[in-house]
Design a protein around this ligand. Structure first.
Ligand SMILES: [Zn+2]
Length: 54
């Protein structure tokens, strides 16, 4: 059914968005915006090179 197909598409898009978000630096600035840089390639890294904790 067309309706089902659309729902599946929406679900897949949301999944993709989620995955993209996961790749992003987890830093959130004081105005609530998340950093748009990619995380460092290092395994287990949650931040970009700019925001990495020491
Ligand atoms: Zn960052």
């Amino acid at each position: 059914m067309a309706c089902e197909e659309r729902m599946r598409l929406v679900a897949r898009k949301a999944e993709e968005k989620e995955r993209k978000k996961e790749k992003r630096c987890q830093h959130v600035d004081s105005s609530g915006h998340q950093c748009t840089n990619k995380k460092m390639q290092k395994k287990g890294a949650a931040y970009c090179y700019k925001h990495r904790p020491r």
